[in-house]
Design a binder for this molecule. Sequence first.
Ligand code: C2E
Ligand code: MG
Ligand code: MG
Ligand code: MG
Length: 293
Amino acid sequence: AGKTDGKGQYRFFEASQSRLIQSRLQLKHRLLEAIELDQFVLYYQPRVDAFTGEVCSMEALVRWIHPQHGLVSPLEFIPMAETTGLILRIGEMVMEKACRQIDAWRRQGLPVVPVSINVSPKQFARGEVHRQLAVYLDRHQVPASLLEVEITESAMMGEQEDVLAELGAIRALGVKLHVDDFGTGYSSLSQLQKLKMDVLKVDRAFTSELGNSREGRVFFQAIVSMAHALGMSVVAEGVETAEQLCILQELGCNEVQGYYLARPMPAADIPAVLEQGLRSSVVPAKAGTHTEP
Ligand code: C2E
Ligand code: MG
Ligand code: MG
Ligand code: MG
């Protein structure tokens, strides 16, 4: 199958093709091979200040460049990587690639913004994330303030002492902690505050409800007020429309991320974003000049 679209970028293979790597055993073998052949790349999706459009950070999202299928979404292989334990190797590889990339952008003299990486519950449970982070930050001479870690609520459901120790050790490095997909698990905001999480990333499911119902808006408002009262900053995931962005600005949501602002993109596209910014999509244009993307 063709691997690239007109712009010379990889595109995702069709969902129907996932049959081709559906056999679990086959997928496991292919994944192992992919790790050995280094067939993974990181895409980056900006996260921007909801009011100024300034790029605050970029989320690293892993993709598998499959020799036959092209770009494979993490949704297709992270679950298998989790059950086979291969996520430990993939996770470490993501840390290494992210640190290497930050260093490369710095050398190019680009404006520095942090990169956030996703850490899976399996990885987190090993209690080695802080140690691995220290290794790769040091190897690439990257200051810890340029790296952020996203973990889901479910990852923090283990033995409280172990969870507290690992979170504390990550924070002690100077790496900020984000709760990913907030609202899809069972943790309370007070629990998350006790764990000293810095940022709440509210799941896309809640963002998509914003324009649809009063309840959706009221719910989001409650999250924002409580998070702020507890000293946490709020990011809305999955912002797809100008209307959602507008409501989020009214609610005082700090940062936004989503297709309306920018899709995940290859590292090569990031310099232009860092140099030009995304302000035009955030700051409401003067009457009459506003155009939908
Ligand atoms: P996530 O961390 O919650 O990342 C957000 C996902 O939503 C990304 O999907 C992103 O492309 C997508 N997204 C962003 N904005 C929008 C939007 O406006 N609308 C819609 N419909 N989707 C949007 P992606 O890249 O396919 O990643 C899916 C999940 O795979 C991630 O969810 C994360 O849980 C996992 N993942 C990705 N990279 C890694 C990694 O390096 N390590 C681990 N452990 N998990 C990863
Ligand atoms: Mg994430
Ligand atoms: Mg998320
Ligand atoms: Mg999500």
